[in-house]
Design a protein around this ligand. Structure first.
Ligand code: 13P
Length: 251
């Protein structure tokens, strides 16, 4: 059966000291608990190694929010998948809409990043989602399908099986405007059907598909109660340990 996962994406928030304090607080809160889902926190690159040392990584997985589309070499300012892996992180968030929009990441670049992540034994959390204009003109299913096909459908079935997907409608990110539970379920079911058409029902059924976009302690339970919603990718609400824990407890 596919895993339930609650993953935090801290984005460009928290100094190293603040991030470490948050990671330790979460670690303490979860120390005597067995959550009903996997828990992951996605931190800035420079926090990774310290956060990995500060938490019980059997209980809290650690993710980078990006990695380079090159293996190594003269690419000033970039961080490779191998470097991320060497910190002890186990995951990498790829294809977030903020990376696509502000840093011009294309389907082709993301395809390479996914391949490098997998080559370095990192689990990609691959983000997909439409902008508001696309939903309003009723092309949201096609947009999401293309994002999946263009970056992921070159993978072997064995490699695809390692991927976690996160459906994040761009109009719901940081806006306080969450997709309704019905909208999330409708898209997640469509995504799973798309996966099944390429990789078969078993692989599609085993793929965890997370919802992201203004998910909070007040709406997590309703969103997660949908059969095809396997958890959340949480931005703002992952920056406070109590809120993030409340979302974990939605399972
Ligand atoms: P918010 O939860 O702040 O809307 O962000 C969602 C997100 O982009 C997670 O990757």
């Amino acid at each position: 059966m596919r895993k339930k996962i609650v993953a935090g994406n801290w984005k460009m928030n928290k100094t190293l000291q603040e991030g470490l304090a948050l990671a330790k607080e979460l670690n303490t809160i979860l120390a005597n608990e067995t959550p009903n889902c996997d828990v992951v926190i996605g931190t800035p690159f420079i926090h990774l190694a310290s956060v990995v040392s500060a938490v019980d990584t059997h209980k809290i997985g650690v993710a980078a929010q990006n990695c380079a589309d090159k293996e190594a070499g003269a690419y000033t300012g970039e961080v490779s998948a191998a470097m991320v892996k060497s910190t002890g992180a186990g995951y990498v968030i790829l294809g977030h809409s903020e990376r696509r929009t502000y840093y011009g990441e294309t389907a082709e670049t993301l395809k390479t990043k996914v391949e490098l992540a997998l080559k370095n034994n990192l689990i990609p959390i691959f983000c997909i989602g439409e902008v508001l204009a696309e939903r309003e003109s009723n092309v949201h299913f096609e947009v999401v399908k293309s994002q999946i096909i263009d970056s992921l459908f070159g993978l072997s079935a064995a490699d695809f099986s390692k991927i976690i997907l996160a459906y994040e409608p761009v109009w719901a990110i940081g806006t306080g405007k969450t997709a309704t539970a019905a909208q999330a379920q409708e898209m997640h079911a469509f995504i799973r059907k798309t996966l099944a058409s390429k990789y078969g029902k078993e692989i599609a059924d085993n793929c965890s598909i997370l919802y992201g976009g203004s998910c909070n302690p007040g709406n997590a339970k309703e969103l997660f109660s949908n059969p095809d919603v396997d958890g959340g990718l949480i931005g703002g609400a992952s920056l406070k340990a109590a809120d993030f824990k409340a979302i974990i407890d939605a399972f």
